[in-house]
Ligand binder design. Structure first.
Ligand code: UD1
Ligand code: UDP
Length: 367
């Protein structure tokens, strides 16, 4: 029996962990424990994903909540250590690049437990991003690194990570998308919001570099103001961003945008339905760049860089400088150009990444 702790803590983690839980439960030689750090805790940032994706209830919830980076990371470590000591796993599996990822990774390796990083090797080369720090440090201490695209293999190779530890398996976030695409078509979110297929855009924003900086945030909102004059926009708003709208006194600007629907963070199936039928997506999310590539929906990523270059070289993603001119220029190009394709499938983004991971770990004997 191989004992494994799975760690999740934030919205994108739940989406990446769902197929892993399924794949490992299917193999009888695994004994698993699911730990939720509690980094995200609102019903619509956490529980709704367990419901929509049939993820088993976490065995342990560390309930850390929100705090500064140092306090949150330290508190996750402090609360995670007893769970590891108690369960005595052979492996701890962490996903993505959030504070929960590095915090639990550090606890595992310091206790001599093998660490597995799912979605390893992605690099934006931008050290001002908290996620870049989390990614690089997690990869450095991991014993097994599962990657989603060739750039990740190249990055890990350049950093001197032993290639025997690195496995190209595909993308567990896309496993979830493919497994739920049909179900998402049944969502009636478009009807609820009065939207017609391909006649609206979806907005998501939560990167501190965009929404914690008043000037940048205002620049984005002013550009959205122009776009919404000709295209309905639906904006499921992340709690960080909602707070900033209030603290930066942007409510009046938001209220003035008659064609922009501000809604709470959407559940996974509703959101997948919204994405699938959108005319375009404007985002700063990591995962949404990948999802729009598979869905064939044009995506404007309001960032200077991306850690997911395959979404640009093979997919529908466009990097857009955070200036009014660039946002509007890209919008006009998409509006006037070839809008959709049938969705491109980057190598191994075939819905089987989690199964490959479960099989690779099964072939290794715990030491
Ligand atoms: C975190 C991740 C980011 C990821 C994002 C996914 C880190 C450093 N950042 O960013 O990489 O892209 O999740 O969505 O790990 N809040 C609530 N309710 C919640 C959760 C958060 O109100 O359920 C509010 C709190 O005010 C909190 C703020 O949102 O301070 C930010 O939450 P936090 O988890 O620190 O960072 P995110 O911006 O969510
Ligand atoms: N998502 C969702 N509801 C929303 C916004 C996003 O279900 O209102 C999903 C989205 O489909 C993707 C994931 O959340 O699978 C991305 O999470 P987020 O953008 O918060 O984090 P990031 O990927 O940037 O780390």
């Amino acid at each position: 029996m191989i004992k494994i702790i799975f760690v999740c803590g934030t919205r994108p983690n739940f989406i990446k962990i769902a197929p892993l839980m399924k794949a490992f439960k299917a193999e009888e030689y695994y004994n698993t424990l699911l730990v939720h750090t509690g980094q995200h805790y609102d019903e619509n940032m956490s529980k709704s994903f367990f419901d929509d994706l049939n993820i088993p209830r976490p065995d342990v919830n560390l309930e850390v909540g929100s705090a500064s980076h140092a306090v949150q990371t330290a508190e996750i470590m402090r609360r995670f250590e007893p769970a590891v000591l108690d369960f005595k796993p052979d492996y701890v599996i962490v996903v993505g690049d959030v504070n929960s990822t590095i915090a639990c990774g550090l606890v595992a390796v310091k206790l001599g437990i093998k660490l597995v990083h799912v979605e390893a090797g992605l690099r934006s080369f931008d050290w001002t991003m908290p996620e870049e720090i989390n990614r690089i440090l997690t990869d450095r201490i991991s014993d097994l690194l599962f990657v989603t695209e060739q750039s990740a293999i190249d990055n890990l190779n350049n950093e001197g990570i032993d290639s025997d530890k690195v496995h190209f398996v595909g993308n567990t976030m896309i496993d979830t998308l493919l497994a739920n695409r049909k179900k998402a078509r049944k969502s009636n979110i478009l009807k609820q919001l009065g939207l017609c297929k391909r006649e609206y855009g979806v907005i998501t924003l939560h990167r501190p570099s965009n929404v914690d900086d008043t000037e940048k945030f205002q620049t984005i909102l002013l550009a959205l103001n122009e776009i919404q004059k000709e295209l309905k926009l639906v904006f499921p708003i992340h709690p960080r961003t909602r707070k900033n709208i209030t603290s930066m006194n942007m409510e009046k600007l938001m209220d003035g945008m008659e064609n922009l629907l501000l809604i709470p963070p959407a559940g996974y199936l509703d959101f997948l339905c919204l994405l699938s039928d959108a005319a375009l997506v404007i985002t700063d999310s990591g995962g949404i760049q990948e999802e729009t590539t598979i869905l064939g929906v044009p995506c404007m990523t309001l960032r200077e860089n991306t850690e997911r270059p395959v979404t640009i070289t093979e997919g529908t993603n466009h990097l857009v400088h955070v200036t009014s001119e660039d946002i509007l220029k890209n919008y006009h190009e998409i509006r006037d150009g070839d809008k959709h394709n049938n969705g491109i499938i980057p190598k191994l983004w075939d819905g089987k990444a989690a199964q490959r991971i479960a099989q690779i770990i099964a072939q290794r004997k715990p030491t």
